[in-house]
Write a protein that binds this ligand. Structure first.
Ligand code: PLP
Ligand code: ZN
Length: 398
């Protein structure tokens, strides 16, 4: 609702919203959805949300679907944000530590948020065949939403993707092709075949709507955080820092966009959480580019990590991630695979949440940020557990 147009995130070129679009027609960078936020703010208010449905379509005024009959939903979003004092007590300084548990989404990851928006828009714009390259969880989500919508899902994943991701796609009716390579190789295959096959490419940030679904994590954080936290008797609307495990970066970019929209609607001021990108030591293109002062990230050679969602050696939204980190005064940090795997059991035993290795990576990352003074005593920190550990059983064997 309330969409005015699509806008290139790099060159600003305006594109029509009511037709199928992938990338900017002049510079090839991602398109972002722009809304009439003045109009949206008339009905979408923090008060109006009190009585709305417990899924992400509660923010429909700032989501792209025009006709609500086109919404393809499995009840995604409105995941819990919980304070975790037992885990916080293991840290060397006193912090207010929260976990946003995205593992509780349909298909057990935050990828459901992006796919509900993308598939609903695909339905609205008349698409019947979809294709996606995926590190695993996006494939599971696409398969599920495509099945619900009655669309064909063509999925390309690395052959060593966690088994659960492969099986869930097969069991929800998708055409699954396993590739001896990385997500970037899968992406090339989709790009090469899509015209001939009549597929719409739903690669992250290569269509404008997955980021719209994922931005709702930012809206939820605002709602949930302001109801949980009061400091000096006035409500605190957002945390001091957000730690986010970054592959393609769509979630981080989406939350950053959400904060901007919320400011334009008068919900918040210019304050922002520091955005921290967490990557694996063995696949860290964003961390490397951040510390080198680059705006675009070079491809990371020989990428490998057990946190399969972080195995993205090159992503098209690199400049958007890096811009958000810098504008927020945030940072970017790597952790070793051994550290992030160990963190799954540590978080599990102290919080009862079986996290995805990607989400667990935020704990050793937080310890590093405390050690170098980037996070200090008394601050509030939210770590995003982007998925469920149940998809990664082989990572815990042997
Ligand atoms: C569990 C999990 N966490 C994090 C990521 C990275 O997400 P994004 O592309 O939004 O950076 C992925 C992507 O596959 C994932 O599956
Ligand atoms: Zn452009």
């Amino acid at each position: 609702m309330n969409v005015t147009h699509l806008e290139c995130a790099l060159c600003g070129l305006r594109h029509e919203a009511n037709t199928l679009q992938n990338l900017c027609i002049t510079c090839g960078k991602p398109l972002l959805v722009r809304y009439d936020l003045e109009k949206a703010a008339k009905t979408l208010t923090p008060e109006s949300l009190q009585t709305r449905e417990s899924n992400l379509w509660r923010y429909r005024e700032v989501l792209p679907v025009v006709n609500e009959a086109n919404i393809v939903s499995l009840g995604e979003g409105w995941t819990p944000l919980f304070k975790t004092d037992r885990l916080a007590a293991t840290l060397p300084i006193k912090l207010d530590l929260y976990i946003k548990d995205e593992g509780q989404n349909p298909t057990q990851s935050f990828k459901a948020r992006g796919m509900t928006a993308a598939i609903s828009m695909a339905k609205e714009l008349g698409v019947t065949k979809l294709a996606v390259p995926s590190a695993g969880n996006a494939a599971g989500a696409l398969a599920a939403y495509a099945a619900l919508a009655g669309m064909e899902a063509n999925i390309f994943m690395p052959a060593d993707t966690p088994r659960a991701n492969i099986v869930e796609c097969q069991q929800t009716g998708a055409n699954v092709t396993l590739i001896d390579g990385l997500i970037t190789d899968c992406g090339k295959i989709v790009a090469d075949r899509k015209d001939e096959m009549g597929w719409f490419d739903v690669s992250t940030l290569k269509e404008p709507y997955r980021v719209e679904g994922k931005k709702t994590m930012g809206y939820e954080l605002f709602e949930q955080f302001s109801s949980l936290v009061t400091r000096h008797l006035s409500p605190v609307t957002l945390p001091d820092a957000i730690l986010y495990p970054t592959g393609g970066g769509t979630g981080l970019i989406g939350m950053w966009k959400a904060f901007d929209e919320m400011e334009q609607m008068g919900w918040i001021g210019s304050e922002r959480p520091r955005m921290v990108s967490v990557q694996s030591e063995t696949c860290a293109p964003i961390v490397r580019a951040f510390h080198a002062g680059e705006r675009f990230a070079d491809e990371f050679e020989n990428a490998s990590t057990v946190a399969s969602g972080l195995r993205v050696p090159k992503c098209i939204g690199d400049f958007l991630i890096l811009d958000a980190i810098r504008a927020s005064n945030g940072t970017a940090v790597t952790v070793a695979d051994a550290e992030l795997t160990a963190a799954v059991a540590e978080i599990g035993a102290l919080t009862g949440t079986f996290t995805a290795p990607e989400g667990a990576a935020c704990l050793p990352a937080l310890r590093k940020l405390i050690a170098d003074g980037s996070v200090t005593e008394g601050e509030s920190v939210v770590i995003f557990n982007t998925g469920s550990g149940i998809k990664y059983l082989e990572a815990f064997e042997g």
